[in-house]
Design a protein around this ligand. Structure first.
Ligand code: MCA
Length: 334
């Protein structure tokens, strides 16, 4: 449940932090069914009264061309977009004139240090990384000043939002100590629609548990290190392993399945699955992939399914995802 104030106050905080003005021209290529495309890009532009140019589908070559032709000043993307834009730039014989550009902004998924510097090398721009989620709109942002944008940090709390880190002992963490990220402020939603139990569990003394893990340095700069749950973020889309596992397990040949996120250059993480069959040879990988594609959104479908004899488990009988990841990395599951 997101209120009018949540949206308006949050966009106002962004307008100030990013110096968004009515003479800006935003190139908008993100889907509108997510907070990034709708809540940040479109509402932000409306709030700042700036012009927006929209592309129905992201195409990196077209982005570069449009920046030159339309004298774009602002661009927003998830890291997958920046990765593909670097590839496209490197292939172009004549590089576009991007001198109109004021700021490139990234969010939804952590931006790697490698990509940050690759982008800087070719364009001269340090991508401005920020942190947010549907439940709270935008939470932090790197400073506007180029030299203060640091890779692997999502910056400082926006106006109206407070952050605290709680360590594993349940106390407020010291600077640089990793813990759970909690937030409160005028950007935080009122709860999950018709889910009172989930809502209650998500707030502690008025602080919202983001589910992200991180630390703050002495100056209050936030660094994220991972998620406290096993959610996979693929190209900016959230994928819950359980949902995919349940679908795979609907197949009559499948005894059990484990779904995991594997590092991927393009998507950041990609979905893969390890499956144990009821009877050897009952189904092959291709047919099982096809089965998932008929039942799930494509971005949730595993890019690869390994059929194995045993799925690694601990003594309690619980699947150990880290062990599966290790076996895949070492080529022992292939
Ligand atoms: C497409 N595919 C994907 C993804 N996108 N698979 C895994 N993860 C994905 N994200 C599949 C397609 O179904 C297709 O499968 C194959 O990958 C290649 O598709 P392609 O044409 O390359 O994909 P695309 O249409 O170019 O899309 C890639 C994309 C898109 C542009 C990066 O995923 C995207 O727009 N992501 C942004 C999502 C976003 O806005 N998230 C914000 C969430 P096949 O060939 O097998 O059919 S809001 C949020 O997180 C908070 C509030 C925040 O902080 O912003």
């Amino acid at each position: 449940m997101i209120t009018h104030d949540n949206l308006v106050l949050n966009m106002e905080a962004l307008r100030k932090r990013w110096r968004w003005a009515s003479d800006d021209v935003l190139l908008h290529v993100l889907p509108l069914y997510h907070f990034h495309g709708l809540g940040v890009a479109l509402h932000g532009a409306l709030n700042a009264k700036s012009k927006v140019i929209m592309h129905k589908k992201f195409n990196p070559e077209r982005v570069w061309k449009t920046i030159e032709e339309e004298k774009i000043t602002m661009f927003m993307g998830v890291p997958t977009l920046y990765f593909r834009m670097v590839e496209a730039w490197n292939k172009m014989d004549k590089k576009p004139d991007i001198s109109s550009m004021r700021v490139f902004i990234s969010g939804s998924v952590p931006l790697s240090e490698k990509l940050f510097y690759e982008f800087k090398k070719i364009t001269g721009h340090r991508i401005l990384e920020r942190y947010g989620m549907t439940e709270a709109g935008m939470i932090t942002s790197n400073p506007y000043e180029q030299d203060q944008r640091i890779p692997k940090s999502v910056g400082y709390a926006l106006d109206g939002c407070e952050i605290k880190i709680v360590n594993s002992g349940g106390s407020d963490a010291k600077p640089n100590e990793v813990g759970d990220v909690y937030i409160r402020g005028n950007n935080v939603f009122k709860g999950y629609w018709r889910m009172p139990k989930k809502t209650k569990e998500s707030f502690v003394d008025g602080w919202f548990a983001t589910g992200d893990m991180g630390y703050m340095d002495k100056t209050g700069r936030l660094f994220l290190v991972g998620r406290s749950n096993d959610m996979i973020i693929s190209g900016g889309y959230n994928v819950y392993p359980k949902e995919v596992e349940y679908v795979i397990e609907e197949n009559d040949c499948v005894l059990e399945a484990a779904v995991l996120g594997v590092d991927d250059e393009d998507f950041g993480e990609r979905v893969e699955a390890v499956v144990r069959l009821k009877k050897p040879g009952c189904i092959d990988e291709k047919s099982l992939l096809e089965f998932t594609r008929n039942k799930l959104a494509h971005y949730k479908c595993p890019k690869k399914i390994y059929i194995v004899d045993e799925i690694p488990k601990n003594t309690m009988g619980k699947i150990v995802i880290d062990d599966i990841k290790k076996l895949i990395k070492e080529g022992r599951i292939a």
